[in-house]
Write a protein that binds this ligand. Structure first.
Ligand SMILES: [Zn+2]
Length: 289
């Protein structure tokens, strides 16, 4: 279930494994995840190809291959990778296995695992991303200079959505998933069902900072946890999947609720859902003093 910190981890871990590797065999176990955007057969087109580079584009991992080809992987909710030697056991849910040979003739397998079969693996020509849904419509990368407070403020002001729905809209800001959406809203002290128009300017500014800050923290925590490629590091999360556990800030029990069919976790005390939260109490005090 890769989110941005997991993808950045893969973007670091995969290149040293794949450097110099040549694809000598391809085993397709779940054809439903594959999309062939080149003429010919998927497996045949991959055999003999060499791995050149790995990069991330939003929620996509792009594995550059020789002869201007690219494997573009959109892991969605459940896609994972595993790197094994040939006699090691493959983890459950394997959809695609790529057998690789290093220059010294040692062999390894790169498996793409996907329990839900919701992810996609595209084989395309380098730079040809039009047929790949959501590739060309990603909003600014939240770690990039383009994700400014002014940009985010303007997107919030235009939206009729609940704030959790908006921050997970990849066209607004690239690559916030369910887990980090909860962590970001907790950090910003905003209830997930708050509507964007209910957010005062100070809360919008705080939310923009939380998006960047929480993601940088998540990236550092995943790197520190250093999990195997097919495992996700989630122990550092403070509210996600912690229903009924005490809030790390105030001790109140974490709650779970549904927002548009997705589970969300939050602290009802640190993230209150009342119009009152937006009343400026200092002003009221001054008024009655
Ligand atoms: Zn709390």
């Amino acid at each position: 279930m890769p989110e941005l910190p997991d993808l950045i981890y893969l973007e670091k871990k995969l290149p040293p494994l794949l450097a110099g590797q040549r694809l000598i065999d391809v085993e397709i176990k779940e054809p439903i995840v594959l999309r062939m955007l080149l003429p010919g057969d998927f497996a045949a087109a991959l055999r003999g190809a060499e791995f050149l580079a790995v990069r991330r584009h939003g929620p996509f991992l792009v594995l550059a291959l020789s002869e201007e080809r690219e494997l573009v992987i959109h892991p969605m909710l459940a896609g994972r990778f595993q790197w094994t030697n040939p006699n090691e056991k493959t983890a459950a849910g394997c959809a695609l296995s790529l057998e690789c040979e290093a220059p010294d003739k040692t062999r390894h397998l790169l498996h793409y695992l996907d329990d839900k079969k919701m992810g996609k693996v595209y084989l395309t020509r380098r730079g040809e991303y039009q047929p790949i849904p959501k590739f060309n419509t990603q909003g600014p990368d939240l770690l990039s200079a383009a994700f400014t407070p002014a940009y985010f403020h303007q997107k919030i002001k235009k939206s009729r959505q609940q704030v959790r729905v908006l921050i997970m809209d990849q066209a607004v800001v690239s690559c916030i998933g369910n887990a980090y959406a909860d962590e970001i809203l907790f950090d910003a002290g905003i209830h997930p069902k708050t509507f964007c128009y209910q957010l005062p300017d100070a809360a919008i500014a705080r939310l923009q900072q939380s998006i960047v800050g929480v993601m940088r923290w998540g990236i550092a925590e995943v790197e520190k946890a250093n999990p195997p490629l097919n495992m996700k590091a989630r122990a550092h999360l403070r509210v996600r999947n912690r229903k009924d556990q005490p809030c790390p800030q105030c001790g109140t029990k974490i709650r779970r609720a549904g927002v548009r069919g997705f589970d969300t976790f939050f602290c009802p005390a640190c993230q209150p859902l009342t119009r009152a939260q937006f009343i400026d109490w200092r002003k009221l005090d001054e008024g009655t003093a």
